[in-house]
Write a protein that binds this ligand. Structure first.
Ligand code: URA
Length: 247
């Protein structure tokens, strides 16, 4: 019985997800509105950045600094455009990500894909990473000592990619990057600043609900809040807001 109810919920969420985050961005030929990102850097710079990111991914693959290094199946260093204008940061890989070594490929990832498409972008236009590069067993919360071990990888990725906007998905990413204990409800909705280190200008950071939370609390209100946050991100980058998402 419980399974039937869950199945209904999943189907309903899927349909709502299609309508809310994909319907208005999908062109008749089935592709999201092509929204060329103005090139931020030359191809040579992007190639250099890609090499540096690959070097970090190599270190992550060898990493055994915390116990997650031995319990993981695959590390998940992150992926995407090496000089993306938008960088999404989640909490930690889940079971699906651990199985394949790629970020946001499970249900929460499918919803993130819809949100990216709703923004008129493609997954390969952005970079997607996590605070932790290895899955905490049973999807438990990241522990402070794991964050301390892992955060330098993310800090270096941010430095290389040098995004104009970071979108922190959920409380763990937002609190870690902003070094605060404020609840996500207080952090989202307005730009915050991420400080990449001495001598470097702050980077705009928009905190929003994690897509896994959104799936659990799939209310019109929460979906509207996430879309409001993303509209601010698009506005800050000077990118057009896709037609049906304007309201
Ligand atoms: N949730 C996350 O925070 N990260 C992933 O990569 C997948 C799910």
């Amino acid at each position: 019985m419980e399974q039937e109810v869950n199945l209904n919920k999943v189907v309903r969420q899927h349909l709502e997800m299609e309508a809310e985050f994909a319907g208005f961005a999908v062109r008749p030929e089935g592709r999201p509105a092509e929204q060329k990102q103005p090139p931020k850097s030359s191809e040579a710079e992007a190639a250099d950045a890609a090499k540096e990111l690959e070097a970090i991914a190599g270190e992550v693959r060898q990493c055994r600094q915390c116990e997650l290094g031995s319990s993981r199946t695959n590390p998940v260093p992150g992926e995407g455009h090496p000089r993306a204008r938008i960088m999404f940061v989640g909490e930690a890989p889940g079971a699906d990500e651990d199985a394949v070594g790629r970020p946001f490929v499970g249900r929460a990832g499918q919803l993130l894909d819809k949100i990216i498409a709703a923004c008129g972008l493609r997954r390969e236009d952005v970079f997607i990473g996590n605070v932790l590069k290895c899955r905490p067993p049973g999807n438990r919360d990241p522990r402070p000592e794991e964050i301390v071990c892992c955060i330098p990888y993310l800090q270096r990725q941010i430095e290389i990619i040098s995004p104009e906007v970071i979108v922190a998905l959920g409380a763990h990413a937002a609190k870690t990057l902003l070094n605060t204990n404020k609840p996500i409800g207080q952090l989202r909705g307005e730009f915050q600043e991420y400080y990449p280190g001495l001598g470097r200008p702050p980077i705009k950071l928009m905190a929003t609900y994690h897509t896994a939370y959104l799936l659990r609390s799939y209310t019109p209100e929460n979906r509207r809040r996430v879309w409001e946050d993303m509209k601010k991100v698009l506005g800050a980058l000077g990118l057009p807001i896709p037609e049906r998402g304007k309201s």
